[in-house]
Design a protein around this ligand. Structure first.
Ligand code: FAD
Length: 420
């Protein structure tokens, strides 16, 4: 019996895993706008190093990611080392959260009608004695969640903070090795992945879709799974038009937060930082840094997220490297000219400028849950959505989140085929 046809838009973690789950039931073609697969997973080899331009860590003992890594025979490497905070010109090891953090979690738990984190801080933590706490929350939301304190939801943030785990891992050989594993499997199953194929229009009726690309090519199938980043459906800059329109306003995509991020990878001749440091937090322009521990490679990764990253996004790579070096020069009290001399090479990943992604990852705002529900509900058994931004669990904005939504979408397809 011939299999029904399915088109998947996007060859990131969610699109590839969904395809892997559905190859037995559908004849699948994947359409990817960029010239490579992996989306926000992008591991590059440079000299003898693997550099992660996008996803780098497995943030905890995350069941789907770790199971898939095991299946692919790829080892996660546990990260060890200390976290340091730089304040008032001094480094100190971070052993506990700022004073008042437990009170904050308590108040967050008590919130019945969702509000923004900023509203909660103003309502319950406005006194001068909480000044350090307020600063910490703003930095943490921006650095980790890429979120704006004025837009981040209390209930969404709480769900994530409560799920946070201590253990972090890197993926040996880079996250891309997992993507390559999927790709090999898919090729063996006859799935075609067409890169440089940007879908512009989705014309549909129940049981049939025709996708038109920016070059005018047309692809037809009985169903489509859309896995583009939510940024591609936001603020009228949508790269995809649906004809007829979806049964809900696509503007609800704007209710899902999508933060900015810039990552810098700097290779120095010799390390000048604490030998046991893994993460370094500060108030500099590039506030967060990490080393390669347990590897002793003299690489430093700089990270700025959220509104501050959005404000720097227009700078060119050279200007961003200078900002990064001057952050490190201040932190380690080294002359910037000397740091320049120490620098062997620099790589800049300004995700706002990456076509068909245009940002980092999602975070929860007040209307996010409702928007996720609309997008996650199959439309006439013909249009389906997946991707990290539709995930409603404790690990938003991650590869795990993308995988979770792919499995969820695959369940819908299987249900509709009567397979489960
Ligand atoms: C800098 C950075 C660091 C990160 N760090 C981590 C980390 O340490 N750990 C972690 O777990 N997660 C991390 N993440 C998040 C993680 O990378 C993502 O959540 C995950 O990879 C998203 O997968 P996805 O399939 O939902 O989307 P994507 O990977 O974005 O895949 C969607 C694909 O759709 C394509 N596309 C878009 N529009 C079209 C179109 N019109 N036609 C065809 N194709 C289209 C895109 O090119 C893209 O390839 C990071 C992300 C970034 C940017």
């Amino acid at each position: 019996m011939t299999k029904p046809t399915l088109l998947i838009i996007g060859a990131g973690a969610s699109g590839l895993l969904a395809a892997r789950e559905l190859t037995s039931f559908y004849e699948i073609t994947i359409l990817e706008a960029n010239d490579r697969i992996g989306g926000r997973i992008f591991s590059l080899s440079h000299e003898s190093e693997i550099i992660e331009a996008g996803a780098e860590f497995v943030h905890g003992n995350l069941p789907i990611t770790l199971t898939l890594l095991k299946e692919a025979g790829i080892k996660p490497v546990k990260i060890s080392g200390k976290m340091f905070r730089h304040e008032q010109e001094k480094f100190s090891a971070v052993t506990e959260m700022t004073d008042g953090w437990d009170d904050l979690l308590q108040k967050m738990e008590e919130v019945e009608k969702d509000m923004t984190m900023q509203e909660l801080l103003m309502k319950s933590f406005s006194s001068p004695r909480y000044e350090a706490l307020r600063r910490q929350v703003v930095k943490y939301l921006a650095g980790f969640d890429l979120a704006d304190v004025a837009r981040a939801s209390v209930q969404g943030t709480l769900k994530e903070w409560q799920a946070e785990e201590q253990d972090n891992y890197r993926v040996r050989g880079g996250y891309q090795s997992l993507i390559n594993y999927f790709h090999e499997k898919l090729k063996a199953e006859g799935v075609r992945v067409n890169t440089n194929t940007a879908v512009q229009k989705v014309r549909w009726e129940p049981g049939s879709v025709t996708l038109t690309t920016t070059t005018g090519a047309a692809f037809m199938a009985s169903k489509v799974l859309v896995t583009v980043p939510i940024s591609m459906l936001q603020f009228g800059k949508t790269s995809l038009q649906f004809e007829p329109k979806l049964p809900f306003e696509t503007e609800i995509a704007n209710d899902i937060g999508f933060g900015a991020v810039i990552k810098l990878v700097l290779k120095f001749k010799t390390p000048f930082w604490q030998t046991n440091a893994v993460f370094i937090l500060s108030d500099e322009v590039f506030p967060t840094w990490w080393t390669q521990l347990p590897s002793k490679n003299p690489l430093m990764t700089g990270w700025v997220g959220g509104p501050a990253a959005a404000a720097l996004s227009h700078l060119d790579d050279e200007e961003l490297v200078t900002k990064g070096l001057s952050s490190l020069a201040t932190l380690y009290n080294i002359d910037i000219a000397e740091l320049h001399q120490q620098l062997e090479w620099a790589k800049v990943f300004n995700w706002q400028k990456t076509s068909y992604v245009n940002g980092g990852y999602s975070y929860a705002m007040i209307g996010t849950r409702a928007a996720q529900t609309s997008f996650s509900t199959p439309i006439e058994d013909t249009i389906f959505f997946a991707g990290e931004a539709l995930y409603n669990g404790g690990h938003p904005g991650t590869v795990e989140a993308a995988f979770f939504t792919a499995l969820e979408a695959a369940q819908h397809f299987k249900k509709n085929r009567g397979e489960i």
